[in-house]
Design a binder for this molecule. Structure first.
Ligand SMILES: [Zn+2]
Length: 582
């Protein structure tokens, strides 16, 4: 480690150690600190020895401080950590504005089914859902699938979106699909044209843009409703081709944002060339986002729109249309951006990854899609709690994976049964084992009622053989004493490349404590199931899981002792699991 790296690592360790100390009455422990550090900084995995020395020093230093001093330090230097540590506290969303004006609160989630949902989309879903529940209102799902050309919907995504919402536990009270509602948009287009509040513009796009940039009307703006109506019929019957005519809603041409001025409401798409996946080539005139969304929000009685602040311009556009129709614009809450460090939530980046062959499935563990999180054993409850705690605040929020893991850990730690998994196994023999042992190891130390896994150790001429992980070779040095968890204590005699030889030392746990012996896990030789762990970076880790894992079923989330939480993905001749977090 360079001196800089050393300083940086030391600082991270100090943070983790202080938090650990705060949680345990002022005394941090090296082991959990190491685990947490490796979770946060996986690149240190190869340098455990150096890191352990650092941790021991820092932990000693931290433990010499008073509890008061410790919490003072954390509050000064890492106040945000303290906030994310308080996951247990009750979560209440701030009240919605002007609820009393409406008979009942109605919210909606309105995705374009051209993509999967990811952690970023979860915010709109969960906030809209939770607010509807909070006020005993209604929550609608609306598919905004009116662009069969550039944002072409795909049938598979209608289903995956429904599946994701159901998984999140956000049941919707009604479902709408915009491609079923074209006639409704046509009716409204005809009305707004007839009222003289919109016009059919047949200018070249470039010409229109130049005019409007200079706050000038294009020649079509002064057309009479009758002429507009003829042009409108021409859009519908094919007189105009794609790109040749567009319905524009009249706004203030002096609006400071040129993108708001006389915005396009409906346009022609050559659906012979770009058929819609649901309605094929039945329609050629399609509403643009603001028109369809604006009409629907009103007709569906949406009272509160909860969405990202990138929609502020859309609100400015739609408000003109609402005025023209004599409608009241719903309450709109615009939250700030949510960034997860290390996760790409960008559609274009993810799609490029698919084109380059980097990703093959939407649940690739490197993605922050809901499908990927599900596969890794992240619970919907953790996502919901996290999102509710972040709330609809307008400031941008940066979260780390570790934030999400902290929520998830709180939920799965008490629920997940524990098993031994030996990564990259090495053989270890113990001689002078005085008698046969039956180790009864609880599935969860806090819940003995869940039962035990049982291991029979029958030494042959005093020798018993085991598998241990190569990760523990650092602890298995000649002369060292270690404890086999829930079994016995042993002393290492000799270490060869593929074999560690040890001698039985003693039986009791108390003895291990007196000796300061570290605890390691083990599996009897000639037992266990081959196991592959798919890691968050899509690499795989191979090893052996204990025999009892054969009885697991897919979707169970378990904890591999001293390794981390995993979700069982498949159980056949080998066990495949996905890594969640430490
Ligand atoms: Zn024009």
């Amino acid at each position: 480690m360079t001196p800089d790296e050393n300083m940086e690592t030391r600082e991270i360790i100090r943070k983790i150690a202080l938090l650990n100390a705060l949680r345990y009455g002022g005394k941090a422990q090296s082991n959990p600190v190491l685990g947490k550090l490796l979770g946060e900084c996986p690149h240190l995995r190869g340098r455990i020895r150096e890191v352990t020395v650092l941790i021991d020093e820092v932990v000693q230093e931290v433990n010499s401080l008073s509890l008061e001093k410790q919490s003072e330090l954390v509050e000064q230097k890492w106040p945000e950590v303290l906030v994310s540590e308080k996951v247990e506290e009750k979560r209440i969303l701030p009240p919605l504005p002007n609820v009393e004006k409406y008979e009942r609160v109605v919210t909606r989630f309105s995705p374009n089914p051209d993509f999967v949902l990811h952690l970023g989309s979860a915010r709109a879903i969960i906030l809209s859902y939770e607010y509807a529940r909070m006020y005993d209102g209604q929550f609608f799902l609306r598919f905004e699938d009116t662009d069969p050309k550039t944002k072409k919907p795909k049938l598979q995504f209608y289903d995956s979106i429904r599946e994701d919402l159901a998984w999140l536990g956000c049941e919707w009270d009604g479902e709408f699909v915009q491609s079923d509602r074209l006639e409704i948009y046509y009716e409204h287009a005809e009305k707004i044209l007839k009222d003289g509040n919109a016009y059919v513009c047949a200018c070249k796009r470039k010409d229109f843009q130049e005019k409007v940039r200079n706050k000038q009307p294009c020649p079509c703006r002064i057309l009479k409703p009758k002429e507009n109506f003829l042009r409108w019929k021409g859009m519908l019957d094919g007189t105009y081709g794609e790109g040749e005519a567009v319905v524009r809603v009249k706004t203030d041409l002096g609006h400071p944002n040129p993108a708001v001025r006389d915005w396009p409401a409906l346009r022609i798409i050559d659906t012979e060339k770009y058929p819609h996946p649901r309605v094929g080539s039945k329609y050629r005139v399609w509403p643009l986002y603001n028109f369809a969304c604006g009409v629907d929000d009103h007709l569906m009685g949406i009272t509160h729109i909860i969405r990202g602040k990138e929609h502020l311009t859309n609100q400015a556009r739609q408000e003109y249309m609402y005025q023209h129709f004599g409608w009241r614009y719903p309450e709109a809450i615009h939250y700030g951006r949510l960034k997860i460090t290390g996760a790409s939530l960008s559609k274009s980046v993810i799609l490029q990854g698919f084109r380059d062959g980097l990703f093959k499935h939407w649940d690739d563990p490197r993605l922050a899609t809901l499908a990927a999180l599900r596969r890794r054993g992240i619970t919907p409850l953790a996502i919901r709690r996290l999102i509710v705690d972040v709330g609809p605040k307008t400031a941008d929020v940066v979260l780390s994976w570790e934030n999400l893991y902290a929520y998830n850990r709180k939920i799965i730690d008490p629920a997940a049964d524990r098993y031994f998994f030996v990564r990259d196994p090495r053989k270890l023999t113990v001689k002078n084992v005085p008698h046969a042992f039956t180790a009864e190891v609880p599935l969860h130390p806090d819940h003995p009622e869940r039962g035990f896994r049982s291991f029979e150790i029958e030494p042959e001429k005093g020798v018993a053989s085991f598998r241990v992980s190569s990760d523990d070779l650092g602890l298995l040095k000649k002369g060292r004493k270690v404890r086999f968890m829930e079994l016995f204590n042993l002393q290492v005699e000799r270490v060869e490349r593929d074999l560690v030889q040890a001698v039985f030392h003693s039986e009791l746990y108390e003895e291990a404590r007196t000796l300061g012996a570290r605890l390691i896990h083990w599996i009897p030789m000639d037992s266990g199931v081959p196991c592959e762990v798919v890691m968050p970076d899509a690499s795989t880790v191979k090893g052996v899981a204990e025999e009892a894992c054969e009885a697991l079923s897919p979707n169970e989330v378990i904890q591999f002792e001293r390794f981390g939480f995993v979700r069982v993905d498949a159980v056949n001749e080998k066990l495949t699991v996905y890594f969640a977090h430490r």
